[in-house]
Design a protein around this ligand. Structure first.
Ligand SMILES: Nc1ncnc2c1ncn2[C@@H]1O[C@H](COP(=O)(O)OP(=O)(O)O)[C@@H](O)[C@H]1O
Ligand SMILES: [Mg+2]
Length: 589
């Protein structure tokens, strides 16, 4: 085919432009009418892509409406038997400009269509090639072949394969939206397996376990309970942030908060003192307790168990030690032994002053202890509860070590972390995911991903992000993924979040999204949220969203020349997430 004319095929003329407005045109579509018995020959239907011939360039458009003018409608029924006389009219949305010579597609409308311009049905392969070229852009110097993520086909057009280079797809955060059953999980699976094929790096946080064994070659772990293919993992609480711990323990502001804080300080002091045993003179006393002499004759006494004894002991020594070791104790993490926390809190419940000796703590204060009782019960409860074992026990592998290894090992490309068995109680899920996000963000800030960009996939994101936990005094917003959305990109850490409730995604995350895959969405508030988040998705394009088929998505984003309806390739047989609802046929009856 002559490349100069390839875009426009005179045999595929649809009609003529009759009205031009800013972002759309009206046109005649004489062949749109389905004559009786000849429906298959009609040409021009809602959803069709068209080229508007504007001399040197043409404009890519999409038909959004076809109608028969009011005055011709009555005639339609009467004439059904004889020859039908009706002149259908249509509207088309203007999407992008295509150069006739180079076939280059550019965003925006660079030439004005005029009334009288011819409108042609876009030829599938020509259209796909043009779009494909626009998507690929320039090659990096020194490269002959480029990596491409295969997405699928333009819907309704055979042989129109669409692929995108990973930097355009994952270079910003991705959003995958759609009602339940729209195809979000399958799309995620497709993208994950494409990343594996391209030897990239991706992590999937799988809230339901439906991705078990579905990502090829993935290393898999499960929290809280091992599964057939997924060994157990835990998040080491020492890498939890202190704020998260407060949110979990919700200490009351009056007595419990200050005591918890000072207990944490004391435990950190113990580790600091023990880390440098020769800094202070240490004497062992009966019962294996240690006394660290901070001054000539004032000491800090550490019990054998590892808690600091305060009642009746020198307050001066503790204060001096705290000041001297400030830099060693500077930390935002829970890097102390939490199992000692409630014991230490009990030790903290002392009178601050005594008349016996200046500079000493007084004796135990039962009133204070009573106040802290409920806090101690909570702590013990968390430490022993099976729900919290994924944080507070050493069962299974340390997920942070797994992440470190995954990132440095060039042969690992995918990591699947299942949250299937993580409890909803005590906000464990949110807390765990947030901690993982925070850990990844910490690595990102150390430039770990500069040379090996990582994409984090999060299915059912509404369960996790944009939540806050804790009570009024200890509110912690689970913002790790919000922060990744805001700053991850410059470090090579990006996310792809899938959710059926876009309106629950915090606006700061939404505004950072680049490419959006919008599957069928019926709720109008969700649709509005997406329209607002994405300037490209105007009314006309959004009108297609409620009627998309399973697996079909409108893909929009700054890297795409226009919103494209794409039928996402279904993942290979063994890679299809298996979410099924209740199986009534199997179990009822
Ligand atoms: N790309 C696709 N091609 C064909 N069928 C699909 C595709 N994506 C989804 N489906 C169908 O839709 C069903 C639901 O998809 P799923 O991804 O689990 O939805 P969601 O995660 O949005 O609830 C799948 O079981 C499958 O039958
Ligand atoms: Mg799903």
């Amino acid at each position: 085919m002559d490349p100069v004319n390839a875009l426009i095929d005179q045999d595929k003329r649809l009609g003529t432009v009759t009205r031009v407005s800013a972002a759309s045109i009206e046109l005649t579509v004489p062949l749109a009418l389905a004559a009786s018995g000849q429906r298959g020959l009609a040409r021009g239907a809602t959803g069709d892509f068209v080229f508007i011939d504007c001399d040197k360039e043409c404009i890519l458009g999409r038909i959004t409406e076809v109608a028969i003018p009011d005055r011709q409608r009555p005639g339609l029924e009467r004439q059904m038997e004889s020859e039908v006389i009706a002149e259908p009219q249509g509207r088309a949305q203007l999407l992008a400009t295509v150069s006739k010579t180079t076939h280059k597609v550019t965003r925006g409308i660079n030439v004005k269509p005029r009334v009288g311009d011819g409108v042609f049905l876009a030829d599938g392969s020509a259209l796909a090639t043009a779009i494909q070229e626009a998507l690929q852009g320039e090659m990096e110097p020194g490269q002959t072949e480029r990596l491409l993520v295969n997405l699928g086909r333009l819907s309704g057009i055979t042989d129109s394969f669409i692929a995108m280079p990973p930097e355009k797809l994952f270079g910003r955060h991705c959003g995958v939206f759609g009602a339940t059953g729209g195809g979000k999980s399958w799309t995620l699976s497709k993208l994950l397996n494409e990343i594996v094929r391209l030897k990239g790096k991706c992590i999937l946080f799988d809230p339901t376990g439906e991705f078990q064994g579905k990502v090829s070659g993935a290393t898999e772990f499960s929290f809280s309970q091992a599964t057939e293919k997924q060994p157990l993992a835990h998040f080491p609480y020492k890498k939890l942030s202190e704020v998260d711990l407060y949110a979990l323990l919700t200490p009351s502001a009056q007595a419990q908060g200050p005591n918890l804080r000072s207990a944490i300080k004391s435990l950190r002091l113990v580790s600091a003192l023990r880390k440098e045993p020769y800094r202070y003179r240490m004497e062992k006393v009966a019962g294996d307790h240690q006394q660290f002499y901070i001054t000539e004759n004032a000491f800090v006494e550490v019990r054998r168990s590892g808690v600091i004894r305060k009642a009746g002991k020198s307050r001066n020594a503790v204060s001096l030690a705290l000041i001297a070791l400030t830099s060693e104790m500077d930390s935002h993490h829970c890097d102390f032994d939490v199992r000692l926390l409630s014991d230490q809190i009990r030790e903290e419940c002392v009178k601050q002053y005594t008349n016996d000796e200046m500079g000493n703590y007084g004796q135990h204060d039962d009133f204070l202890l009573g106040n802290c009782n409920s806090l101690n019960v909570r702590i013990e409860n968390y430490l022993s509860s099976p729900e919290m074992r994924c944080l507070f026990s050493d069962d299974g592998v340390d997920i942070c070590a797994v992440l470190d290894e995954f990132i440095t090992d060039p042969n690992q490309h995918a990591l699947v972390l299942s949250f299937e068995h993580v409890s909803y109680k005590y906000n464990t899920r949110e807390l765990l995911l947030n901690s993982l996000g925070r850990y990844l963000l910490g690595l990102a800030r150390k430039n770990t991903f500069q040379n090996q960009p990582l994409v984090c996939f999060l299915d059912e994101a509404h369960q996790f992000i944009g939540r806050s936990i804790g009570d009024d005094a200890n509110q912690v917003s689970l913002d790790a993924f919000g922060l990744i959305a805001k700053e991850g990109r410059k470090y090579g850490l990006t996310t792809a979040i899938a959710t059926q409730r876009p309106r629950d995604v915090p606006s700061d995350v939404l505004s950072q999204l680049g490419t959006l895959f919008v599957h069928r969405l019926t709720n109008d508030r969700d649709r509005e949220t997406i329209e607002r988040a994405c300037g490209d998705l105007d009314r006309d394009a959004a009108a297609f969203i409620p009627s998309l088929a399973q697996g079909e998505a409108i893909v929009v984003g700054p890297e795409l020349p226009a919103p494209l309806p794409i039928l996402i390739d279904s993942p290979e047989k063994g890679q299809q997430p298996s979410s099924h609802g209740p199986r009534y046929q199997a179990f009822w009856g």
